[in-house]
Ligand binder design. Structure first.
Ligand code: HEM
Length: 156
């Protein structure tokens, strides 16, 4: 019981770090730096993104370990017996993870290489693709939070 409480507390904190971070980046930081000159703006993102993405990797690891961990340990019926909200959370959660892996090794890799080579136009385009994927993951993340957080009220 205490292990489930601890695991789900970590699960919840990790989801808030990931989704809250995307909300801040997309809704607060992005509009605040939009009128900066591209070289300065992209230099700022080149410092912000690696730091945030390190937290996203940690959050993903924590979410998967704690989420599947409690289910394999038999929490509320275990891996085959959970409520519908857990199925939805897994589906949207795994899509978010796949999107992030693509973003990290695809557009983010390109962004770093292009910026280091001084290709501001190319780096700006890569940053635009990162933004699109973060937007999709932000919407999915808000849905996942709402479903995961309220499921206990409607799925059992
Ligand atoms: C992908 C694999 C995931 C699995 C296997 C999983 C599993 C679980 C389980 C078993 C619970 C407890 C539900 C209950 O008490 O009825 C839970 C709760 C929750 N999950 Fe997930 N989850 C996953 C991903 C995510 C993601 C990606 C997010 C958000 C970004 C998320 C957010 C939440 C929230 C907000 C709760 C409610 C708080 C809590 O009980 O700790 N989960 N999850």
């Amino acid at each position: 019981m205490a292990a489930f409480v601890l695991a789900l507390a970590i699960h919840l904190i990790a989801s808030v770090i990931w989704v809250g971070g995307m909300f801040f980046a997309h809704m607060v930081l992005r509009p605040s730096v939009m009128d900066m000159a591209p070289p300065e703006r992209l230099a700022l993102w080149s410092k912000v993104l690696p730091r945030f993405f390190a937290w996203v990797w940690a959050s993903i690891a924590a979410l998967l370990v704690t989420g599947y961990g409690v289910l394999f340990l038999g929490y509320r019926g275990g891996i085959g017996g959970g409520g519908l909200h857990i199925d939805i959370m897994q589906a949207t959660g795994l899509i978010m993870v796949a999107n992030f892996i693509y973003l990290y090794f695809g557009p983010f890799g390109g962004f770093k290489t292009l910026l280091a080579a001084g290709d501001i136009k190319g780096a700006a385009a890569a940053q635009g693709r990162i933004r699109q994927i973060v937007t999709i993951n932000l919407v999915l993340g808000l849905i996942t939070l709402a479903v995961g957080g309220t499921g206990t009220l409607w799925a059992y």
